[in-house]
Design a protein around this ligand. Structure first.
Ligand code: ACM
Length: 262
């Protein structure tokens, strides 16, 4: 199975230009599964809820059309971030699409910093999507800080974690090695690069998009400061075998009667 990511440098509010950058990076690439960054079309550093809401869409907007166009062109199922509108609420979401339909959306559960001012926290259960012969789960950026997210996706059956990101802290790429190792899942962290200085905030995004293997090996690393696209071939059955060795299984060895997650 061929999986990959596109690392971009979005310009705040320039949706068409941000789409064009991805189309030119993708070129004639073919793959099974592709992950784009969090909020790849709009940018990240909003200065008010109204500003974020003005760029919100449902699953029948220009971002879903764009993602389906990329799916058609590449043959891949595609995941990418957008601002999702639902009644009076907006969510920091990711959409998963095939070439002909939106398969679903994931609403970020753990909001970072001022995202708490603009977005409502995710209010839908974690879900697993069938992609070709595998099962994928989605989490967004800061969700990595809460290991319950990827563990829950693993227990629900995810074999690949799609992880759109706009990372500003330097820890995630290293942490994903442990996250993948202890769950024996693959993860695609698709990050952005560049700087956004807006209002009181000045963020530099860390790039370094990464594909991490079920055994903690890093299969692909993007540069910290350049747009980039990469794909790797994986053997998905490796994520189905939860045995670490003859005597240890990372799922059934858990002593859940001794854990309290309250
Ligand atoms: C983040 O969650 N985008 C830092």
């Amino acid at each position: 199975m061929k999986i990959g990511y596109v690392q971009t440098s979005p310009i705040f509010g320039e949706i068409t230009q941000n789409f064009d950058q991805i189309e030119s990076l993708v070129g004639n690439s073919k793959a099974d599964f592709i992950v784009l960054p969090e909020l790849f079309a709009t940018g990240y550093t909003f200065i008010s809820k109204e500003e974020a809401a003005s760029m919100a869409e449902n699953t029948e907007g220009k971002t879903s059309e764009f993602l389906m166009r990329i799916a058609k062109r590449t043959g891949a199922v595609v995941v990418g971030g957008f601002i999702e509108k639902d009644g009076n609420h907006i969510f920091n979401s990711s959409m998963i699409v095939s070439d002909s339909e939106v398969l679903g959306t994931y609403r970020k559960l753990h909001l970072y910093y001022k995202e708490n001012k603009w977005f409502s926290p995710g209010n839908k259960p974690l879900e697993i999507y069938k992609v070709k012969d595998t099962r994928v789960g989605i989490m967004i950026c800061f969700d990595w800080f809460f290991p319950e997210t990827i563990r829950s996706l693993t227990l629900l059956g995810a074999e690949i974690i799609a992880h759109p990101a706009n990372l500003v802290l330097p820890y995630c790429q290293k942490a994903m090695i442990t996250r993948c190792l202890i769950n024996r899942v693959f993860a695609i962290t698709s990050n952005r690069i560049g700087n956004e200085a807006r209002g009181e905030d000045n963020f530099t995004f860390t790039g370094g998009s990464q594909i991490t293997s079920f055994n903690g090996e890093v299969l692909s690393t993007a540069p910290k400061d350049k747009p980039y696209i990469d794909f790797v071939e994986i053997e998905i059955t490796q994520a189905r075998d939860k045995n670490l060795n003859k005597y240890n299984n990372v799922i059934s060895d858990r002593r859940i009667e001794f854990y309290s997650l309250e």
